[in-house]
Design a binder for this molecule. Structure first.
Ligand code: ADP
Ligand code: MG
Length: 340
């Protein structure tokens, strides 16, 4: 077989580098939703409002009441590897914000039409930046930020082809907001689709937020977990065996407030159900793991949905014990003595 002639090594243009990065981070509208809500929460928002059109494919508009972006920094927000969240490797190792890669807005702007409108507390008015033209114009809004993302994947038809129906994409967007909403009961969330309010969660206590998002059945069918083991804290609720379902659609794991999908976490929880749950039925649970930031690496995957624990076994065991303790509390010494 004849190989194609070798081409010289060249640096890729910036735009193409962003488009390649977008391939990892922006799979569908829900990925954009996740990144933009991360940013709103990092900015201290107490209310996040999303307006979607065509399942998010035609438009995703995210408004927040966070601190806003200073006018002078607005163009930087859209630049690759530009972030206000870390400035050194030491800071990366202790990072407490959702974002730190400085990549999301640049990646999204390389595969969609993006504008950012923002106003800080000390600004006389808001400024709007159009990503494509680089044009800045005065705008009207209260303190906070609005990011508009239109015509996702308009220039990358290969990606566009993988999108499902609007209803399916909307469902994925709602799931992305739900993951944030469970972790941040202090923040209000509203989602509009085609001008109709489709979901709203007002600020509430942690338990009330779980009830609002997952329903009363989840609360009555689950028990609270509060477990401390050395540097580990585990909180949340785990479903009783009766609440188990065929599908694993109510399993939410968070590490230091960030939603993660982790086999080790899933396995640790599952192992606690060994004796009470049979067959392929899936337990329902929402668990928040608090751990010293230096004991977990969050910079493993571009979407940060995977993490690496320094001591995975410790986390696995703590989860197992925390959950077992609630499902089948150890009998007290007195009871043990009585039955002996
Ligand atoms: P990262 O979140 O990793 O820093 P992003 O590309 O998501 O990277 O955002 C770049 C920068 O733009 C952020 O570091 C932040 O300073 C600013 N920014 C983005 N969205 C918002 C927002 N909603 N409110 C305030 N600042 C924002
Ligand atoms: Mg971000």
């Amino acid at each position: 077989i004849a190989l194609p002639p070798r081409r010289a090594i060249r640096e890729l243009p910036d735009e193409l580098v962003s488009q390649i990065a977008a391939g990892e981070v922006v799979e569908r509208p829900a990925s954009v939703v996740r990144e933009l809500v991360d940013n709103a929460l990092d900015a201290g928002a107490r209310q996040v409002t999303l307006r979607l059109s065509a399942g998010g494919v035609r438009a995703i508009v995210v408004e927040d009441d966070g601190g806003g972006i200073p006018a002078a920094e607005l163009p930087l927000a859209l630049k690759r590897h530009a972030t206000s969240k870390i400035g050194s490797l030491a800071e990366l190792e202790r990072v407490a914000t959702m974002g730190f890669r400085g990549e999301a807005l640049a990646a999204i702007a390389s595969v969609a039409e993006v504008s950012v409108t923002s106003r800080t507390a000390d600004a006389a008015h808001a400024l709007r930046l159009d990503a494509r033209s680089g044009e800045l114009s005065p705008a009207a809004r209260a303190v906070g930020t609005t990011v508009e993302v239109r015509e996702l994947f308009f220039a990358t038809p290969a990606r566009r082809k993988f999108l499902k129906t609007d209803a399916t994409e909307l469902a994925h967007c709602l799931e992305a907001v739900r993951r944030h909403a469970l972790a941040r009961p202090d923040c209000g969330f509203a989602v509009w689709h085609e001008g109709r309010l489709v979901e709203q969660w007002r600020p509430a206590s942690a338990e009330q937020r779980l009830r609002d998002v997952l329903g009363e059945d989840f609360i009555t069918g689950s028990r609270a977990v509060a477990w401390q083991a050395g540097p580990l804290m585990i909180e949340g609720r785990v479903g009783l065996p009766e609440l188990a379902r065929a599908r694993a659609d109510t399993q939410y794991a968070y590490v230091n407030g960030r939603y993660v999908r982790d086999r080790l976490v899933g396995h640790g929880v599952r192992s606690a159900y060994e004796d009470v749950l049979h067959g392929s039925r899936q337990p329902s649970w929402v668990l928040f793991i608090g751990i010293a930031p230096e004991r977990v690496d969050v910079n493993v995957h571009p979407t940060k949905i995977e993490v690496r624990f320094r001591d995975g076994r410790e986390v696995h065991q703590a989860l197992r014990h925390a959950v077992e303790n609630v499902l089948a509390p150890p009998r007290t010494a007195e009871l043990d003595a009585g039955s002996a």
